[in-house]
Ligand binder design. Structure first.
Ligand code: MG
Ligand code: ZN
Length: 218
């Protein structure tokens, strides 16, 4: 009997991810791995983003345990989308993303978004070849997310706090959230946003454009 150690699997994943990142680098494509709980608004954020990208070309790889609902939402915004069904797995891995990317014309893209399976735990540990991880949280989930799920907050380049239009209606200590997030990761940009109302979307899109320009100037 051969026992495959989890760390061997992770190592193989990281090698695949590095190769994919190199390929995206040669093509000048910025890749963003969106990680958040189910219902935090990852797909809604992407819909808003696609509406506001101006001339930039983006595609989305959608990770879900089942269904193609999210990819259908993305395609309605006019962007290419590939749905990956993990058939029960709670995160995407580099192999799934590389396979899905076969369906896309990467050379024609500026941005590649990967919407991970709704989960704040193990997606933090799986490199998908992205340039940036972005954690999506929402005010309806409570302000304790950074304390309860530190790994993703430590590794994210940005945190989008969604549904801020609901702040007056929920018990959410915004200062506490920002303070806890800042302690875990002082370099992380925290953006307040409402995908529903569009608040904060221009700042988010500007942040993406800045990261794309930085990548291409390297
Ligand atoms: Mg979604
Ligand atoms: Zn998982």
């Amino acid at each position: 009997m051969k026992i495959k150690l989890a760390r061997d699997i992770l190592k193989a994943n990281d090698q695949l991810a590095d190769g994919f990142r190199r390929r995206l680098g040669e093509l000048g494509v910025l890749s963003v791995n969106l990680i958040g709980s189910p219902g935090s608004g990852k797909t809604s954020l992407l819909e808003r983003t696609l509406e506001n990208l101006g001339g930039l070309r983006a595609a989305v790889i959608e990770g879900d345990i089942a269904t193609a609902l999210d990819a259908e939402r993305i395609e309605r915004k006019g962007a290419p989308a590939v749905q990956v069904n993990t058939e029960g797995a709670c995160h995407l891995d580099a192999n799934m993303v590389i396979d899905a990317a076969e369906e896309l014309d990467l050379a024609r893209l500026d941005l590649l978004f990967v919407e991970n399976v709704g989960n704040l735990v193990c997606p933090a540990g799986w490199d998908l070849g992205e340039d940036l991880k972005v954690v999506v949280a929402s005010v309806t989930e409570g302000d304790e997310k950074p304390r309860k799920y530190p790994a993703i907050f430590e590794r994210a380049a940005a945190c989008v706090l969604n549904k801020v239009d609901l702040l007056p209606h929920v018990d959410f200590d915004l200062e506490r959230f920002k303070r806890d997030a800042g302690v875990l990761n002082p370099d992380m940009t925290v953006m307040l946003l409402s995908a529903k109302e569009g608040t904060g979307v221009p700042e988010w899109v500007d942040w993406l454009k800045t990261k794309l320009a930085e990548k291409r100037s390297r």
